[in-house]
Design a protein around this ligand. Sequence first.
Ligand code: CMC
Length: 452
Amino acid sequence: MPSSTQTSPSAPAAPAPPWPGTRADGMAGLEIGGTRHELPVIVGTEGERAIDIAKLRSQTGLITLDEGYVNTGSTTSAITFLDGEQGILRYRGYPIEVLAEKCDFVEVAYLLIYGQLPTTEELHAFRSSLSHHTMIHEDMRSFYGAFPRDAHPMAIAGSVVGALSTFYQDSLDVRDPRQVEVSVHRLLAKLPTIAAYSHKKSCGQPLMYPRNDLSYCENFLHMLFAVPCEEYRVDPDFTEALDTLLIVHADHEQNCSTSTVRMVGSSDANLFASISAGISALWGPLHGGANQACVEMLERIVADGGDVKKYVDLAKKKDSGFRLMGFGHRVYKNYDPRAKLIKSICDKLLAKIARHDPLFDIAQQLEEVALADDYFIERKLYPNVDFYSGVIYRAMGIPVQMFTVLFAMGRLPGWIAHWIEMHQSPTKKICRPRQVYSGENLREFVPINQRG
Ligand code: CMC
């Protein structure tokens, strides 16, 4: 591997990197079979350094192998900065704690997608455009009748978002900025409707039309909980909690679902198709599905008598197949800053509704025991964003199967911002990793009647 990141006397000068916001930082030397190769080192605006291996294969004949992309930067990006050691998360340079306090979700979505905080006029125009796209095509509403009653809402959300490309064919050209913008507004406006309808389907209630006089989060809660036969008043504390939850989920740089959106989009697949793929990636319990899995785990511990130590011990046994859901993170080796914010909303909301939730007690005990345990300390495993979010959703009366759909609603602006950034990049390429083949060598075909 690289023997240094300094330019050696005979090495060529580091070329200027092609990525805006990065600069050259010398060369890294790589010795293979006695031959030394020089690879450019680049540095980003927050000092992160990377070896640019774009010419590695043409220079050396070798590729890199990095399962799970643990050490691999797939792109440069100017959207989100994350420092997992220090627990820092910023969108477009602004700490999420500041954004969660001062903005609502729509303003943060604008920031992520357009790169700057909006002026009053820009925000007004954005809100008004979103509120004019909230309905889904009437024929799409009939889709809901065809899904089984017990369909998981993530399956419905992924399918219906993919199907948007059949109903809105006038905005599919990835090279037309106006069409892309229309798709972006449609998606942001319609995903809450799509999400709320998947819940209504599961409980057999009529689908409620959106209300454009309500804010983004109020409208979603209204579509989720209201029924046509009586008035429903949205609780402002629930709206505030939901706004904060969506903000803290809004982007997280190159996570599994965002990388999926970029990968699918890199083939020039349209935005709806790319986001549908992102929803599928998010569904897994190691990613966004962890919020549902975490609440189910807490319920299991409560039902089993509340012995948190037993479950912490179980999570330490590799052959148990059990992990503490809502714990650990590929990038955070410190307390997840999103989990801190979520825990504080959780305290506030539970105090306000004066509800005692045994799951919250168990979650707190579990956190305390795990954080004092050598296994978790050595591996730097802390509660992540999914650890307390489910407790809040429960307090708001949101069914557990909807938790990951709420994650998707929050992550949508981040997915969109990355999809646009990828398309605007001067160095855009189709994503197509290589592999090291480890199968059979050339074999002679055996006719079926001669196979033993
Ligand atoms: N419980 C018990 N042990 C764990 C856990 C956990 N939740 N997470 C990681 N470990 C152990 C793991 O067994 C390994 O131990 P060893 O070094 O002895 O083999 C070590 O910690 C490193 O884990 P890893 O699986 O190599 O780490 P990773 O970066 O590949 O995985 C993770 C990250 C989030 C998938 C993992 O921590 C996990 O499965 N957590 C539970 C699921 C979860 O909460 N996911 C939500 C992530 S945050 C929301 C999002 O952005 O997706």
